[in-house]
Design a protein around this ligand. Structure first.
Ligand code: AHG
Ligand code: MN
Ligand code: MN
Ligand code: MN
Length: 325
């Protein structure tokens, strides 16, 4: 089976980018090991602290964040990073060529139930003019991403990675510690009969979103003339992995609750990297108003509504929004 290095070389990735990705994956392998130890290593449960988003941090959020931060800062490839668990930009090496944004542990509520969790990251070029502690360099739209990936800590540890030449899936071979290519150039089916949304928030959604989901729920008896199935892992990394493997539509829309007027998911380290992976697999990723990757950020922790997955289903969903105006 092909190794990560040769696929990255075939895709034309620069040497320094390959080395940075390998460094990040070394950190993810350590997280994978800590996660697999679970209660035996005392890594489960919550801390007493909150992150900048007002979420109580799990011990694994803090541990994973520290592992990635230490590994990246020592590497010399990174000028600055931003993380879900860090209020401010973390300055690294003034000579680093890249910026990294990451969600160290996605789906952290799933740690309590031994269910799917993962790490998500995006990589951008660091502008030469940039001082390492200057957050304005992170104000780049997702179209400028040079790479995006997630590592899924499931029954096997898997990596989905794109450098803009297709989305490839790798599986960690724990016997030698390498990621082996197990599915090259994933292509999402354009149609689907599977959707993912937290339906408990239904009453808070906008009218077009309520109508669209009501149409899915109505199945053969409704406007879509076919039955749909619903899945919700409560970890974006798990839901997007399923969508990449067999198609589907994943949504976390804006809603009327406090802190949710732009949805829940964060642009830099959740929506953007997943949008890049989905688009490179032939899918679509939108906020409902525009392509996620064209959103110009105003803040490193900014949230955006997310609608992504199989191209024709996302297009149908978006048409429900435009009918409204
Ligand atoms: P995180 O654990 O990194 O804070 O992210 C959790 C996110 C995302 O992974 C998932 O899709 C969503 O929260 C689940 O939200 P609900 O709790 O509303 O289901
Ligand atoms: Mn969180
Ligand atoms: Mn997350
Ligand atoms: Mn997280």
């Amino acid at each position: 089976m092909k190794r990560l290095n040769s696929q990255l070389q075939q895709d034309g990735a620069q040497l320094e980018l390959i080395l940075l990705i390998r460094t990040l994956l070394a950190a993810c392998k350590e997280i994978s090991f800590r996660v697999s130890q679970g209660a035996l290593a005392g890594v489960l449960g919550s801390t007493l602290s909150e992150n900048v988003q007002g979420e109580t941090q799990k011990k694994l959020d803090v541990i994973s964040n520290q592992i990635i931060k230490d590994t990246l800062c020592e590497s010399g490839y990174v000028k600055a990073m931003s993380s879900e668990e860090e209020e401010h930009v973390v300055p690294c090496d003034p000579n680093g060529k890249y910026l990294v944004s990451f969600d160290p542990l996605d789906g952290s509520s799933n740690t309590e139930i031994n269910s799917l969790i993962g790490t998500i990251f995006s990589i951008f070029h660091a502008p030469q003019w940039m001082e390492p502690d200057d957050p304005s360099a992170f104000i780049q739209p997702g179209t400028q991403m040079v790479a995006a990936a997630y590592v899924l800590y499931g029954p096997s540890t898997m990596l989905a990675l794109t450098t803009g030449r297709g989305t490839h899936l790798y599986t960690l071979d724990k016997t030698h510690g390498g990621f082996l290519l197990t599915q090259a150039n994933i292509k999402l089916p354009v149609q689907t009969s599977e959707f993912a949304i937290n339906a408990a928030n239904q009453r808070h959604w906008s009218a077009p979103m309520q109508d669209y989901v009501a149409g899915l729920m109505a199945g053969k008896d409704g406007p879509r003339n076919k039955d749909f199935n619903m899945r919700w892992v409560a970890a974006m990394v798990g839901d997007i992995h399923r969508v990449l493997c067999r198609g589907g539509i994943f949504m976390y829309p804006a809603d009327s609750r406090e802190r949710a007027e732009h949805g829940k998911l964060r642009l830099l380290y959740e929506a953007n990297p997943m949008a890049f992976l989905i688009e490179q697999a032939g899918g679509k990723a939108s906020t409902g108003e525009k392509r996620i990757m064209e959103v110009v950020p105003t803040d490193i922790h900014q949230r955006v509504p997310v609608i992504m997955g199989s191209a024709e289903e996302v297009a149908y969903c978006l048409s429900c929004f435009s009918d409204d105006v």
